[in-house]
Design a protein around this ligand. Structure first.
Ligand code: MG
Length: 236
């Protein structure tokens, strides 16, 4: 097509809506983030079973406290579509093997687990290693650091959508970076994480608390924040 037959450049310019202006200064969280843990207190968290102990703060990190009955911790707020940043450290002293070594996890909406595990020279099933969507999707690569070192997860989690009669219209979806490296790309989840059997969706609220797993290993966490996402509707 000749240039003179093309529409003017302005025809494909979009001027509104103007994206919100936020700040992301070096070394601090984005200005529109909700800080879930900054090393000072556990105010954003509660045990999933009331009456059970919370976790402790040690050297600015949130640490799982050994408990005869493991007790996960959840956010007091409910979350749906989010960007999450979280740093974790598996114990420096190697104890146990496979799934018993530095195991924890992030349960988005309390249902969909991104695995935390010490996967430094630690063989286990690949859809259960660090950065796997547990029992569903292995990570693209294993970029685990040695035990005792801090590691990062940066995750985009999109909640599943259900219609009024309970039918699933779009599955939960996850993109994740482990230590800055892409490990999950637009992975569609088959349903909530299950240890045995095949996952199966059941309708639930649009927002639910984020849960950190107590798997009896003293994994530590720091610098946890989320940004709630408002995504554009899919274009037809
Ligand atoms: Mg786990």
């Amino acid at each position: 097509m000749a240039a003179e037959e093309l529409p003017p450049p302005e025809a494909t310019e979009q001027w509104t809506p103007v994206p919100a202006v936020i700040a992301a200064p070096t070394g601090s969280v984005p200005s529109d983030a909700i800080v879930l843990f900054d090393g000072r207190n556990l105010d954003a968290w509660e045990p999933v079973r009331s009456g059970e102990p919370g976790w402790k703060i040690k050297d600015g990190a949130m640490v799982i406290v050994p408990n005869p009955k493991p007790c996960d911790q959840r956010t007091k707020i409910a979350l749906g579509d989010i960007q999450l940043h979280l740093e974790f450290r598996t114990p420096a002293k190697i104890e146990g093997s496979g799934q018993g070594r530095g195991n924890s996890g992030i349960y988005f909406m309390g249902l969909y687990e991104l695995q935390i595990l010490d996967s430094w020279h630690n063989e286990t099933y690949v859809n259960g290693q660090a950065a796997s969507i547990y029992k569903q999707q292995p990570p693209l690569v294993n970029v685990s650091r040695p035990p005792g070192e801090w590691q990062t997860y940066d995750v985009v989690f999109i909640a599943p959508r259900f219609v009024a009669d309970g039918r699933l219209t779009s599955p939960a979806c996850m993109t994740a970076f482990h230590n800055g490296v892409l490990v999950q790309y637009g992975a569609a989840l088959c349903g909530p994480t299950v240890f045995r059997g095949v996952p199966c969706y059941a309708p639930h609220a649009a927002k639910l608390p984020l849960v950190l797993q107590d798997h009896r290993n003293p994994v530590a966490f720091r610098n946890i924040w989320v940004r709630e996402l408002t995504l554009p509707e899919a274009k037809p």
